[in-house]
Design a protein around this ligand. Structure first.
Ligand code: CP3
Length: 353
């Protein structure tokens, strides 16, 4: 990347917010911004399976860039899935029509942890790095690209449950019953995640997001004991100066501990009020937290609620506007575009865009 290109990226509103510097307006992107709610995505998906889409760099780049441009957001996020990292460990992953993701050889015994392979992402996940390289070339010079990975707890939860779960009983029981094997699993996942994110940064991602989507099923003391050291270790191993966004759902009671684990920006879901949550998070930015369901209610209602989120952020440097969780498949795209325009206009500060 040339110097002017780096400068254009670094002086973008999104990168400024990641560094908690004043920005001319509040930057926004949308969790799961490339997805089934968008006709352009459905058109590509009609031709290939979800995993094929993830593994075909040209197509992954295309849906990434199309979504970012269509919405007019301030960052792109590479099209992939947190679960692709489980395959090179030795997990058999399938996305089924009705049930969502399925891991056919779910981890239920400590011996299965020993058998998991160490992951070399340059060998097994090169398609993600290639997609990032292609996307970086196709994106406007000033539009940052977010790389991402599942955090080790959330990845372990899918591997142990064998798919999605309501209460994560099997995961927690395994963690309590086999603390040694749990630590080994978290160690293997953490090394894989760190190498994977480092590779994404080398390939052209300006920021990375760690999705610990389901860690909200733990108490703060269990989080500190079974998760925090591992997440922390990953963040320590990343290239210095690259902002990290650390996100979970239903993590209101874990926010201080998640901040301690690391991250320049903490992702807030819609269960918390942005102002009181941010007040508990000294020294970091926040991302969030409009309830995605408001976009199904009506455009007026969503924009009114978006206005409240902006009021709670009070124009303080370090706020990235986003939904409190992924955009739902039945969301009208025009409502999302209206949200992006609204956030830009309402938050515009003295300097014009
Ligand atoms: O934001 C983006 O545009 C980037 C793409 C992205 C996807 N998944 C694409 C996807 C990202 C960032 C993810 C992350 C992800 N995947 C998370 C963390 C974020 C969160 O929601 O908490 C999780 C938990 C997953 C696991 C996953 N992937 C599930 C449970 C499912 C099935 C349910 C569903 O939403 O469909 C997926 C599939 C998936 N990942 C789709 C997309 C667009 C739908 C697949 C399809 O086209 O049929």
């Amino acid at each position: 990347m040339t110097h002017p290109e780096k400068d254009a990226l670094n002086s973008s509103a999104f990168m400024k917010a990641c560094r908690r510097e004043p920005a001319p307006y509040t930057p926004i992107w949308v969790l799961r911004q490339a997805g089934r709610y968008m006709a352009e995505y459905r058109e590509v998906r009609a031709k290939v399976s979800f995993l094929e889409l993830c593994k075909t760099p040209e197509l992954a780049a295309e849906v990434t860039v199309t979504a970012a441009k269509r919405l007019g957001v301030d960052a792109a996020i590479i099209f992939s899935d947190i679960l692709v990292l489980l395959e090179p460990l030795g997990m058999e992953l399938e996305f089924t029509k009705g049930e969502g993701p399925v891991l056919h050889n779910a981890l239920r015994e400590p011996a299965q942890i020993d058998a998991l392979r160490e992951v070399d992402p340059s060998e097994s996940l090169g398609f993600v790095f290639d997609a990032i390289g292609l996307t970086r070339k196709e994106l406007p010079a000033s539009l940052p690209l977010i790389g991402f990975s599942g955090a080790p707890f959330t990845l372990a939860a899918y591997a142990i449950e064998g798919g999605s779960s309501r209460n994560f009983d099997l995961t927690k029981a395994f963690m309590y019953r086999h603390p040694g094997a749990w630590a080994e699993l978290m160690g293997k996942l953490s090394r894989a995640v760190a190498a994977y994110l480092r590779g994404q940064i080398d390939a052209g991602a300006q920021v990375v997001q760690l999705f610990d989507s389901w860690v909200g099923c733990l108490s703060p003391s269990d989080y500190r004991r079974y998760v925090l050291p591992h997440t922390s270790e990953i963040i320590r191993r990343l290239q210095p100066g690259v902002p990290v966004i650390h996100f979970g759902v239903g993590t209101g009671m874990l926010l201080e501990a998640m901040r301690e684990a690391g991250g320049d920006v903490i992702g807030l879901d819609f269960h918390v009020e942005l102002d009181s949550a941010w007040a508990r998070l000294e020294g970091v930015g926040v991302q969030g937290n409009l309830d995605p369901v408001t976009l199904l209610a009506s455009r007026e209602f969503a924009l009114e609620r978006a206005g409240r989120v902006l009021e709670q952020a009070a124009g303080k440097p370090g706020h990235i506007f986003n939904l409190g969780h992924g955009v739902l498949p039945s969301t009208p795209v025009d409502n999302v575009i209206a949200l992006v325009d609204f956030v830009h206009e309402r938050s515009a500060r003295s300097e014009r865009r």
